[in-house]
Design a protein around this ligand. Structure first.
Ligand code: GLN
Ligand code: ZN
Length: 764
C-alpha cells in the first residue's frame, strides 16, 4: 500500500508567496527574490510531505499564479495579443501579463479571463483557443521543479492537467469549431512531454482529469478513452495516476475503469459510495490500482480514522493491499497550510481540526494502521483520534438542542410570506411611496484606508469601543446626508462597520470560530480566510440593528437594512461535516430571520438579504441540482418570510449566469432583486425576460470593478435596453454590486449621474 498526495498549498504558511508576488509586481523586489521565495516554499512543502511519510510527492503543483495558466504556458497556448510583449519581456513578465493584464508604455493588454475551478472558491485562468490553434511544448518550469526536487532527495511525481479537462476548461475565441476538436493537435505535445519525463527516469505522473466529475457527452468520454489509450501505447514505461475529484465518476465510470492507466483516484469524501460501485465491476479483475481519497482536501476537520479504515478494509478485501494507495480526496490546495500556527483557537475546537500539514500525517498514519503496524506511538495516535472524533460528536460547544428543535419545527408557513407578490406590492407601494425607477445602491460604500485603520486600532486596543463607534457613526452620518443631497431614493448605511460580509455575521453568531492563519488561495496572490462553522448556530443578540436604526434616525427617507443570506454565509465558510449542509443552512436562515424581524420592529421597511453565492453552490452534476436548489431556496425563504406584506424584501446576486436557475430565483420570491448586468450590456436580463419574471428587478447600470465614471447617457442607454424587456414599473436603478473597493471621488460622481439618469427615465 502506497501513500500519495495530489497537491500541496503553495501560498506558504505565512502567505510568503502573496507578499513576494505583490512586491515583485510593485517593482519592489527583483525577479531573483521572487524565484527564491518560490524555491523555499517548494522545498519546505516537499520536506514536510516526506517527513509525514508520503511516497508519491507531487511536483509542478507549485504555481506563481495558477496551475491552469501554467498548463497554457507548458503547451504554448499563448493568446496572440501577447506576442509583441513576449518579444520584449521575460517569460515571468509574460506570464503575469496573461494573468493580470498589462497597461504601461506602449502596451495595453487585457488579462485572460478568470473563472471558478469546479465547485471551489479557487479561480483559474481560462485558456483561450482559436480555430487554427497550435500547441508547442515549453517544459522548462516543470523540468526545473523536477530537478529541484531531486536535488532535495525527492523523486517527485509531476502533476499536470489532462488534455480533455484542459480543453474543456478553456473557451473558443472564434466561432466555427469546438475546443475538444483540438485534441488531436494537443496529444502529440503531451506525448512529447511524457516521453521527456520517461527519459528523465520519472516513474509516476499524475494527470488530473476532473472533467470526469461532470456530465460528459459520449464524444467527450470517447476523447478520454482515446487519450489514455494513446498515452499507454506511446509511453508504456510511464505509470499514469489518473485523478478525478470533487464528485464520483458517475456515468463516466465505465470509461474510467477501462482506461489503461496505472492508478485511478477516487474522491471518497465527496462520494464514499462509489467504492462499492467500482468494486462491483470487472475492475476487480484488472491490475489497475486504486487511490483512495479518504482525507478531506476541501475542509479543515480531522479525519475520522475509523470511518476511513472501513473503506480501506473494504477495498483491501476486494483488491489486496498492493493495489491500493491512500491519499487526500483532492489537492490540498483548498486547505489552509498548518494548524500549528493557530495559537488562539479554543483548544477543544482546535483538536477537531487538521490543515494540510496534518492531513499528510493522517494519510501516512492510515497506511501504517491499515497495513497492520501497531507501535505504542501509533496506538496513541489512534486513541487520540478516536477521542477527538468522540468529543466532536458530543461536545456541548457544538450541540444546542434548542437550535436543533427549532430547525425541526420549521413549517411550510415559515417559508411563505403572508400574501403573494401582487398583493404585497400594493401595500408596499402605499407605504413606501417610491417614484418610478427608484434609485438605490447595493450596500457598501468605500472602505477607505482610514475606516480600515479604525478597525485595526480597535483590535490593538488603541481605540476604545466608544471611540470606534463614534467614528463609524460619523462616517455613516456623512454617507446618509450625502445620499439625501444627491436625492437617492432608498438609502443604505454604508457597511462601514463590516470587515467582510460573511465574517461580520460569523463573528456575531454562535457556532463560528475564526482562525489566525487559515488562508487558502482564491486566485493569484489573493487569499481568503473562511470562517469555520463548527457547531449549532444561533444569534445571541441583534447583529445589525444598531447601525441600521442609527442611519434611519438621521433621515426621513427609507434606509435599507443590509444582511448576508444563509446560503452565502454557508458557501463562504468551512462547514461542519457532521450534519448535512442543508441543516446548517437552515440554522443560519433562522438566525437571519430573527434579524429581519427585529429590523422590521424597529421601523425598517426595506431589507436586503444578499445571496451572491447561491449560484456557485450548484452541484457539478445535473442530477444533484434540484435537491440543492430546493433547500437553498427554502433557507432563503425562511430567512425572508417573517415580515409583514408591506415590508419589502430585496436580494442581490452578482457575477452569475441566471438562465438555468431562473425558476429558483423566482421561487425565492424576493420583492426586488438587484443583479450585476452592465458588463454583459444587460444580456443577463434575457433570462428574466424569457421567464417573465414577475417581481421587481434592478439590473446594474455600471461596473463597480473599475474606477471609470460612466456617463449619464450610458446608464440611460442601458436602462432603455432593460425597458425593452422588463416593464417600467418593475425596474430599479442601481450599480452592479457594492462599492466597498471604490474611492469616494468616483463613487460620488457615478452615483450623482445615476440619479440623474433615473430622473431622465421618468420623463420619457
Ligand atoms: N451588500 C454587499 C456590499 O454591497 C454585497 C456584496 C456582494 O454582492 N458581494 O458590499
Ligand atoms: Zn454583488
Amino acid at each position: 500500500m502506497q501513500t500519495q498526495n495530489l497537491g500541496y498549498p503553495r501560498i506558504g504558511s505565512r502567505r510568503e508567496l502573496k507578499k513576494a508576488s505583490e512586491a515583485y509586481w510593485a517593482g519592489k523586489i527583483p525577479v531573483a527574490e521572487l524565484e527564491k521565495t518560490g524555491r523555499e516554499i517548494r522545498l519546505k512543502n516537499w520536506k514536510s510531505q516526506q517527513e509525514s511519510g508520503i511516497d508519491l510527492i507531487p511536483c509542478n503543483d507549485f504555481s506563481f499564479y495558477d496551475q491552469v495558466l501554467d498548463m497554457s504556458v507548458l503547451l504554448g497556448a499563448i493568446p496572440e495579443r501577447y506576442a509583441g510583449f513576449a518579444r520584449t519581456h521575460s517569460g515571468t513578465d509574460l506570464y503575469f501579463a496573461m494573468a493580470r493584464g498589462y497597461q504601461k508604455g506602449d502596451f495595453d493588454l487585457t488579462a485572460m479571463e478568470m473563472t471558478k475551478w469546479f465547485d471551489t472558491n479557487y479561480h483559474y485562468i481560462v485558456p483561450e483557443f482559436k480555430a487554427g490553434q497550435t500547441f508547442e511544448l515549453n517544459p522548462a518550469k516543470l523540468l526545473s521543479e523536477l530537478q529541484e526536487a531531486r536535488e532535495a532527495g525527492i523523486q517527485a511525481k509531476p502533476v499536470i492537467i489532462g488534455p480533455v479537462t484542459y480543453l474543456l476548461l478553456g473557451k473558443e475565441k472564434e466561432t466555427g469549431f469546438h475546443r475538444v476538436e483540438l485534441l488531436s493537435r494537443l496529444l502529440p505535445v503531451y506525448e512529447q512531454l511524457l516521453k521527456l519525463l520517461a527519459e528523465q527516469g520519472v516513474q509516476y505522473v499524475q494527470i488530473d482529469e476532473p472533467a470526469l466529475a461532470l456530465d460528459l457527452t459520449p464524444a467527450e468520454q470517447e476523447a478520454i478513452a482515446r487519450t489514455y489509450t494513446f498515452f499507454a501505447e506511446a509511453v508504456p514505461s510511464l505509470k499514469i495516476i489518473l485523478a478525478n475529484y470533487f464528485e464520483c465518476y458517475g456515468d463516466n465510470l465505465q470509461t474510467a475503469i477501462h482506461l489503461p492507466v496505472d492508478t485511478l483516484h477516487l474522491d471518497l469524501v465527496r462520494c464514499p459510495l462509489q467504492l462499492e460501485d467500482i468494486l462491483a465491476t470487472d475492475f476487480v479483475q484488472k491490475k489497475t490500482r486504486l487511490s483512495l481519497g479518504v482525507v478531506d482536501g476541501r475542509n479543515i476537520w480531522k479525519n475520522d480514522f475509523e470511518a476511513s479504515l472501513q473503506l480501506i478494509e473494504q477495498a483491501k478485501a476486494a483488491l489486496g493491499a498492493e493495489r491500493l494507495l491512500i491519499a487526500p480526496s483532492c489537492s490540498l490546495l483548498h486547505s489552509p497550510c498548518d494548524l500549528d500556527f493557530e495559537k488562539k483557537l479554543n483548544p477543544e475546537i482546535k483538536n477537531w481540526m487538521a490543515f494540510a500539514r496534518q492531513k499528510t500525517d493522517e494519510v501516512a498514519f492510515l497506511r501504517k494502521w491499515a497495513s497492520g503496524e501497531r507501535s505504542e506511538a501509533l496506538k496513541a495516535v489512534w486513541e487520540a483520534n478516536r477521542q477527538a472524533i468522540e468529543s466532536k460528536k458530543t461536545s456541548p460547544l457544538i450541540h444546542d438542542p434548542a437550535v436543533k428543535d427549532r430547525v425541526e419545527q420549521v413549517t411550510e408557513k415559515d417559508t411563505r410570506r403572508n400574501s403573494p407578490f401582487a398583493a404585497r406590492r400594493k401595500q408596499q407601494q402605499e407605504v413606501l411611496a417610491l417614484p418610478l425607477f427608484p434609485t438605490t445602491t447595493i450596500g457598501s460604500f468605500p472602505q477607505t484606508p482610514e475606516v480600515r485603520s479604525w478597525r485595526a486600532r480597535l483590535k490593538k486596543g488603541e481605540l476604545t469601543q466608544e471611540e470606534y463607534d463614534r467614528l463609524i457613526e460619523q462616517e455613516t452620518a456623512d454617507a446618509i446626508h450625502w445620499q439625501e443631497e444627491i436625492d437617492m431614493d432608498v438609502l443604505v448605511h454604508g457597511e462601514f462597520e463590516r470587515n467582510d460580509m460573511v465574517e461580520y455575521f460569523g463573528e456575531k453568531l454562535q457556532g463560528f470560530v475564526f482562525t489566525e492563519n487559515g488562508w487558502v488561495q482564491s486566485y493569484g496572490s489573493r487569499c481568503v480566510k473562511p470562517p469555520v462553522i463548527f457547531g449549532d448556530i444561533s444569534r445571541p443578540e441583534p447583529m445589525t440593528l444598531r447601525w441600521t436604526k442609527y442611519a434611519q434616525s438621521l433621515t426621513p427617507k427609507w434606509v435599507k437594512g443590509m444582511l448576508t443570506g444563509p446560503v452565502t454565509i454557508l458557501q463562504w465558510s468551512f462547514v461542519r461535516n457532521d450534519q448535512p449542509r442543508r441543516d446548517t443552512c437552515m440554522q443560519i436562515a433562522l438566525a437571519i430571520r430573527d434579524e429581519v424581524t427585529d429590523l422590521e420592529k424597529a421601523g425598517i421597511r426595506i431589507i436586503q438579504i444578499d445571496e451572491p453565492a447561491i449560484r456557485e453552490g450548484l452541484p457539478l452534476r445535473k442530477e444533484n441540482r434540484r435537491t440543492y436548489l430546493d433547500w437553498a431556496v427554502r433557507a432563503f425563504r425562511v430567512s425572508a418570510s417573517g415580515v409583514e406584506d408591506a415590508t419589502q424584501i430585496h436580494t442581490h446576486m452578482c457575477y452569475s449566469e441566471f438562465n438555468d436557475i431562473i425558476q429558483s430565483i423566482s421561487d425565492m420570491d424576493a420583492d426586488v432583486i438587484t443583479i450585476e448586468c452592465s458588463r454583459s450590456q444587460m444580456e443577463l436580463l434575457d433570462a428574466f425576460h424569457k421567464f417573465a419574471y414577475p417581481n421587481e428587478i434592478g439590473p446594474g447600470v455600471y461596473d463597480i470593478h473599475s474606477p471609470r465614471v460612466p456617463s449619464e447617457e450610458e446608464m440611460v442607454g442601458l436602462m432603455e435596453k432593460a425597458r425593452k424587456v422588463i416593464p417600467d414599473e418593475q425596474l430599479w436603478v442601481n450599480p452592479d454590486c457594492g462599492l466597498k473597493t471604490r474611492h469616494w471621488e468616483e463613487t460620488r460622481l457615478a452615483l450623482e449621474k445615476m440619479v440623474s439618469a433615473a430622473k431622465k427615465l421618468r420623463t420619457v
